[in-house]
Write a protein that binds this ligand. Structure first.
Ligand SMILES: Nc1ncnc2c1ncn2[C@@H]1O[C@H](COP(=O)(O)OP(=O)(O)O)[C@@H](O)[C@H]1O
Ligand SMILES: [Mg+2]
Length: 370
């Protein structure tokens, strides 16, 4: 053990300066530092190829870091082989043993760990009950639906009470309805068992709804790690702002800075105020400026918004609970506004000019997207 707070018992997994290269040249994971709390549901979210699976594989012990160290419960995993790590895993493609029954699949990790026969029987029963498959112990995987197979995989990963469970896009192969049901099941088990889950997905909705915290990966680097609400409301980089949710984005140059707010002269000559997303932004910097469609108010009461403008409706879509408009605003023909039906005071149609506005606290001034 080393480091100032390595005896902090709330931290279960710790990546310290972890790097990974497969070919000795390009770094797939670049200096990863990440602390995962006991009982946390942490999600690695990012585009395909950003290094999520590689990070998980290093934690599981199937890949070795090129440099750096991973700790589990305060102990380095450097010399601990995968099968001794007490980590459960669930993958996208089930990976159940096809020639074993469901019950045998669940018993397998317990046998490997040398548990007694009676103990195994009891745990298998509990495991099946946990995922509501009590009646299915004698079936073979091929006799189950995709969702049932994935529940077996889940039970098999949990049955030996691992310290951490890793899930790599476990619901990726399921249809939408089943996926949402399984998201709920996984959350239920996480809450009930108090286990620590490290979850990988490229689906932002899944990440936001399931996680305590989300680490946004891009190109082998964590761009931001925060609660879902923080990530959505206060992205610190343009990548995060654009990857999560929808944004109206423009560009410009900072002309003034005060109290955490900046004023940006947009390319079309308009000034726009917003929150500086990082401390180092200063007058003269070229930046991108983002505002979410649902933060734009149609016909804002006088004085309720700091920024106001008028735009022509180019497109209008009615969703029942909200409307979605595309406006030409500030020379941007792709400015999107989402408004709950209950907030609408006038009939809207294509061609109409409307007043819109927003509070400057909802505008993010970010480094230009690299
Ligand atoms: N075993 C491997 N050998 C060589 N390159 C790999 C290997 N596994 C992954 N990569 C490469 O590493 C990069 C990151 O992959 P991965 O960690 O699977 O990303 P993600 O899970 O975020 O999609 C990709 O460019 C991929 O091609
Ligand atoms: Mg992957």
């Amino acid at each position: 053990m080393s480091g100032p707070d390595s005896n902090n018992t709330d931290i279960l997994v710790r990546f310290r300066n972890v790097q990974k290269s497969y070919d000795g040249r390009s770094m797939i994971v670049k200096n990863l530092n990440l602390d995962i709390q006991h009982g946390e549901f942490l999600t690695l979210l990012g585009p395909s190829g950003s290094g999520k699976t590689t990070s998980l594989m290093m934690l599981a012990g199937f890949e070795t870091p090129t440099s750096g160290t991973i700790e589990l419960a305060g102990r380095s995993l450097d010399d601990v082989p995968a099968y001794k790590r007490n980590i459960g895993m669930v993958f996208q493609n089930y990976a159940l043993f096809p020639h074993m029954t469901v019950a045998e699949n669940l018993a397998f990790p317990l046998k490997v760990r040398g548990l007694g026969k009676d103990d195994i029987k009891k745990r298998v029963e509990n495991g099946l009950a946990m995922v509501q498959l009590n009646q299915f112990g004698n079936r073979f995987p091929s006799q189950l639906s995709g969702g049932q197979q994935q529940r077996v995989a889940l039970a098999r990963a949990l049955v030996f009470e691992p310290q951490v469970v890793l899930m790599d896009e476990p619901l990726g192969a399921l249809d939408k309805q089943l996926r949402e049901h399984m998201q709920y099941e996984i959350k239920r088990l996480h809450n009930k068992l108090g286990i620590t889950v490290v979850y990988v997905t490229h689906d932002q909705g899944e990440a936001l709804t399931m996680s305590n915290r989300v680490a946004v990966f891009n190109d082998g680097v964590i761009q931001q790690i925060d609660s879902p609400e923080e990530l959505y409301e206060r992205p610190v980089t343009a990548f995060v702002a654009n990857f999560i949710g929808e944004n109206n984005r423009t560009h410009g140059r900072i002309t003034g800075v005060e109290n955490g707010y900046g004023t940006v002269l947009l390319d079309n000559g308009t000034h726009m105020q917003g929150v500086l997303a990082n401390q180092s932004l200063k007058t003269g910097d070229m930046v991108s400026v983002s505002i979410r469609p649902e933060r734009v108010v149609i016909d804002p009461p006088a004085g309720s918004t700091e920024q106001n403008g008028q735009g022509e409706i180019l497109e209008f879509v009615y969703f029942g609970d909200h409307v979605r408009l595309r406006l030409n605003l500030y020379d941007n023909p792709n400015f999107v506004v989402k408004q709950p039906i209950a907030m609408l005071g006038q009939t809207l149609k294509v061609g109409k000019r409307i007043n819109v506005g927003w509070k400057r606290e909802f505008v993010r001034i970010l480094d230009p997207y690299q």
